[in-house]
Design a protein around this ligand. Structure first.
Ligand code: ADP
Ligand code: MG
Length: 319
């Protein structure tokens, strides 16, 4: 559906990509991962054709219509429009009630919906821009950090919308839960390269932690063949590198300390969650219910991320 062939990208002297090759299939949901400055936003812009290639070729399938959600997407909106009217214009067949409930999912209150876009905060405008895009999705979505400024509830709505969506998505996110739930493949960006990892984010982490290499050692037959996608060569070599990396004793001690710290945090979070759940059984007021629900959402997200870190450390310490 989309393919990069020998793509290079530089901004003047600054080289971001060199000889990048990969293919995106219809229906893929691809997470771009990599450290800050690695080139994730640049890759999204190249795919969106808002930034030119320096070298190579970008082949895009017939009828593929990329839609780009930038980190500062809200700048594209008309500041004079009122939220509800603006949404009504792009979705003329929806009723007011439908639009309002959609807006409520994205945390816009009954009063907010009459506000002009221009008076919203940057975060609110981004949230609104995202909702707007989801009403009319193109068949190739390019999302640069769409979860910024979203709280748990809005994130869940976005996640649901994107998992139900039949088109192709390439997205950048630092939200682990979000990547875990959404990605069908992972592209790792860094060192002027793009590496393709088949499978979801969990598979990716497993490979990074040396899972593939460990498995390969256990199997006496030649390398197990993995369902790769053309240009994925080099990924097993990379996993072997990380497996071979020995933990030094200082690092190990730090990790063990962190594990203990995480365990007590996890215990505390579990207690808080139990308390919130109990509190929700006793209705006090709508406001209180909302507050507790929100708190519960945040604590559950905290718990998720701590459990994931705890698990990851546990695995790393076993090697
Ligand atoms: N318009 C630009 N002009 C010059 N350098 C840029 C430009 N955009 C990004 N860069 C540089 O390219 C590199 C990759 O940036 P970016 O794609 O934004 O990374 P990421 O999104 O992974 O943080 C960084 O070193 C950044 O400073
Ligand atoms: Mg970026």
């Amino acid at each position: 559906m989309a393919e990069f062939v020998g793509v290079a990208k530089s901004y003047g002297e600054k080289e971001v990509f060199r000889d990048v090759n990969f293919m995106i299939e219809r229906g893929d949901r691809i997470a771009l991962v990599g450290v800050n400055g690695a080139g994730k936003s640049t890759l999204i812009k190249l795919l969106a054709q808002t930034e030119p290639l320096t070298q190579g070729e970008y082949r895009l399938g017939h009828n593929v219509d990329p839609d780009y959600f930038a980190q500062d997407q809200y700048k594209e909106l008309n500041p004079e429009s009122r939220i509800l009217d603006d949404l009504g214009e792009i979705s003329p067949r929806s009723t007011q009630t439908e639009l309002r409930s959609l807006l409520a999912c994205f945390l816009f209150s009954a009063d907010d919906v009459f506000k002009r876009i221009g008076v919203l905060s940057g975060g609110e405008r981004n949230r609104y821009a995202l909702l707007r895009m989801l009403l009319h999705p193109a068949n190739f979505l390019l999302l640069d950090e769409p979860t910024n400024h979203l709280d748990m509830r809005a994130k869940d709505v976005l996640l649901k919308a994107l998992t139900d969506y039949n088109g192709t998505v390439v997205f950048v996110s630092h939200d682990r839960y979000f990547i875990d739930k959404l990605a069908t493949r992972v592209l790792e960006v860094g060192d002027a390269r793009v590496e393709v990892y088949p499978g979801n984010y969990e598979d990716y982490r497993w490979r990074k932690e040396g899972g593939a290499a460990a498995l390969q050692k256990a199997v006496t037959s030649p390398a197990i063949s993995l369902p790769t996608n053309g240009n994925a060569s080099g990924q097993t070599a990379k996993s072997e590198d990380s497996a071979a990396r020995r933990l030094n004793p200082i690092k190990r001690k730090q990790m063990e300390d962190r594990v203990h710290q995480l365990e007590s945090e996890i215990n505390r979070l579990e207690d808080t969650i139990t308390e919130c759940e109990a509190a929700l059984q006793n209705f006090v007021s709508a406001e209180e219910t909302q507050r507790v629900t929100q708190e519960l959402g945040l604590r559950r997200a905290d718990l998720q991320s701590r459990l994931a870190e705890w698990e990851e450390l546990g695995q790393a310490l076993q090697t």
